[in-house]
Design a protein around this ligand. Structure first.
Ligand code: ATP
Ligand code: MG
Length: 653
């Protein structure tokens, strides 16, 4: 931690892989990239054969009938078999799959053999409830080991799961169940959240009042409160049903294109979409990316992804990727500030976590809380850090590098989406020279481009829209029940290419920088200005913990930059600070990006997965009625900002 922050952040500063890390990394040369470039389909076929067990080999690697892809056509495999049985059969049954920690402090170690037995019992129980191939099972649980068990039990018998994040309301749960037409719901009596019980079963009951397809509800006892309502004939306790079933259950070979799960997007930009993922291609790419992006050494690593299983990050990088690769993972039930703000660092120290994968929203929160919390703990076991979910501001990247990684851990900034199923753009940690804030390059086997409005490549350097130019194994197979929306959302903007919805630029060295949602890009006096760049400039100022900017209609410039700023502890809002922040942005980016208004706020509207929802701030700035707020973590936040904006921000103009 010797170097001062300013030196680390110096423009153009690069971070090569630390030599100790590079010396034992899985990827140390460009061989993977070269083989993938020479023959992308052959490359993925090789990964599929090497990383997975197939009951029947595929006839064709790819059928591409734009925009519909089928990978490993004719192949058969079972995802649960690949995640569990084959490791046990190879003598690794005693290896720990999950080191689980409950929020109240209770702990469980679950080996691969134990996980397999529990998955088989539940798979048999689900069959007993009439669940079969192709049926949908909704899962609404907290972060307990039985959540991955439920996902894997579905996969074992060919049912598709639809996991709904345990923080969603009854209405959101009801809509997702009805959209998927699920026949069974698996839930818990409750979940622990900051020492309180979230009554999941009560919420599920409210949802099930209007879900005609649900025939059975299986309830896991987690929080143990009295008086949990059980509806006769529909609801059964997990502990009454599951333990009676045998601990073996044949894993049925599935078609490579069988539906593995439905998952709804975070709803950052609008109404959530029910994304469809299938079996063979999905598992190939999550296993590949988990192994190489996280440089996984299954014998020695302790891997921790802090996401919730209710998001795609949890599906791919808590459940399927790590288990396919026989990782030992930490899984944590609760909140990072309970009982105190050092909880994550206590967990890293206790379990000797070597690989940590978290989100920029968490990192910015840790920055706001201050370094005293990580400093309370020995974090020297860490050797690799990851980031996902939003662009990571360079300031946050460097803070993560310095205060969590101790200057010895590479950082993988991983760009991907619910729709892509797996990581698409990321450094390879033993090889890539990083720049803070850049996700660097597409992974081997992935082809991207940056195009202008007319779909022409902008070239290097240049900025525009991010597109994916070749099908990839874990790509979405559609939007459940809405093929037209699938076509319109992703495949109509630029012919023959997948439109990601994000802005991006190549810098002069050919590094990719993700610039935020294209719907959020501002047009000021004819110049495109990215929200990400202005926000990063604001976060670069020592007083600023977090910032969100949006474009507001302006009679002179077309749009003007409106900034919403959270201060770090110890700083006070003042007119001088407003002036200073405006100048700071003008100096770093240019006068054109200078915010016209700056509003200090305690909080920002975020999705339940922690992403800033700029479209609502735009509604505030434009004085429009607020759009869809069902995926907001805390609807009160935006109402407060709206009230303050009307009285304060208007005065500054
Ligand atoms: P919705 O599609 O419903 O609006 P969402 O896009 O937030 O919700 P996700 O699939 O969870 O749903 O998020 C994917 C998006 O997150 C990407 O399109 C991108 O905007 C952002 N993102 C994820 N990782 C990164 C990253 N490393 N750098 C920059 N942006 C990222
Ligand atoms: Mg999206």
């Amino acid at each position: 931690m010797a170097e001062p922050l300013e030196a680390l952040l110096e423009e153009g500063r690069t971070f090569p892989p630390p030599p100790e890390f590079a010396a034992r990394a899985l990827v140390r040369d460009r061989g993977l990239y070269e083989r993938a470039d020479a023959d992308p389909e052959g490359f993925w076929a090789h990964q599929a054969a090497e990383l997975l067990h197939w009951d029947r080999r595929w006839d064709r690697v790819l059928d591409w009938d734009l925009p519909f892809a089928r990978w490993f056509v004719g192949g058969r495999l079972n995802v649960a078999y690949n995640c569990l049985d084959r490791h046990v059969e190879a003598g690794h049954g005693d290896q720990v799959a999950y080191l689980w920690e409950g929020e109240p402090g209770d702990r469980r170690r679950i080996t691969y053999a134990e996980l397999l037995a529990e998955v088989c019992r539940l798979a048999n129980a689900l069959r007993g409830l009439g669940v079969g191939r192709g049926d949908r099972v909704a899962i609404y649980m907290g972060m307990v080991p039985e959540l991955p068990v439920a996902m894997l039990a579905c996969a074992r018998i060919g049912a598709a799961h639809s996991v709904v994040f345990g923080g969603f309301t009854a209405d959101s749960l009801r809509d997702r169940i009805n959209d998927a037409e699920a026949s069974v719901l698996i839930t818990c009596d409750g979940a622990w959240r900051r020492g309180n019980v979230v009554p999941l079963k009560e919420i599920a009951d409210a949802a099930m009042a209007a879900t005609p397809t649900v025939r059975h509800c299986l309830v896991l006892r987690r929080t143990g409160q009295d008086g949990v309502p059980m509806t006769e004939g529909r609801d059964r306790w997990w502990h009454d049903v599951v333990p009676d079933h045998p601990a073996t259950c044949a894993a049925e070979p599935m078609d490579a294109e069988q539906l593995l799960f439905l998952l709804y997007t975070s709803g950052t930009t609008g109404r959530p979409k029910g994304i469809m993922h299938t079996t063979g291609g999905y598992l190939t790419q999550v296993a590949f990316t988990h192994r190489y992006v996280f440089d996984l050494h299954p014998e020695t690593d302790v891997y921790w992804c802090t996401a919730d299983c209710g998001w795609v990050t949890g599906h791919s990088y808590i459940v399927y990727g790590p288990l396919a690769n026989r990782a030992t993972s930490v899984m944590y039930e609760g909140s990072p500030d309970y009982p105190d703000k050092d909880r994550f660092w206590a967990i890293v120290e206790r379990y000797g976590v070597t690989i940590l994968y978290t989100a920029p929203t968490a990192i910015r929160t840790f920055m706001k809380w201050g370094t005293e919390y990580p400093e309370r703990h020995d974090l020297s076991s860490l050797r690799l850090l990851g980031s996902v979910g939003e662009p990571i501001n360079p300031e946050a990247w460097v803070w993560y590098w310095q205060h969590i990684g101790g200057g010895r851990c590479p950082i993988v900034d991983t760009w991907w989406q619910t729709e892509t199923g797996a990581i698409m753009i990321s450094p390879l940690p033993g090889l890539t020279v990083c720049k803070p804030g850049s996700a660097t390059h597409p992974l081997p086997g992935i082809a991207v481009d940056v195009v202008d409005d007319g779909g022409r490549s902008v070239g290097v350097p240049g900025g525009g829209y991010l597109v994916l130019t070749r099908p990839w194994p874990s790509m979405l197979r559609g939007i459940w029940g809405d093929p037209q929306r699938y076509h319109d959302t992703y495949w109509s903007r630029f012919e023959g290419r997948y439109f990601a919805g994000d802005g991006a630029k190549w810098d002069a060295d050919g590094y990719l920088w993700l610039l935020g949602r294209v719907d959020d890009i501002m047009l000021v006096s004819g110049h495109n200005i990215s929200t990400t760049e202005v926000e990063s400039a604001l976060v670069d100022h020592p007083a600023v913990a977090e910032a969100a900017v949006v474009g507001k209609t302006d009679p002179i410039t077309g749009q003007a930059v409106s900034a919403f700023v959270i201060l770090r502890s110890g700083y006070e809002a003042s007119d001088e600070l407003v002036a200073e922040l405006r100048e700071h942005v003008a100096r770093l980016i240019g006068p054109i990006a200078r915010p016209k208004t700056v509003l200090f706020t305690e909080d920002l509207p975020k999705t339940r997965s922690g992403k800033i929802m700029r479209r609502l701030l735009r509604d505030v700035a434009e004085d429009h009625a607020l759009g869809d707020t069902t995926t907001l973590a805390d609807p009160a936040v935006v109402e407060q900002i709206k009230a303050r904006y009307l009285t304060t921000a208007a005065d500054e103009e």
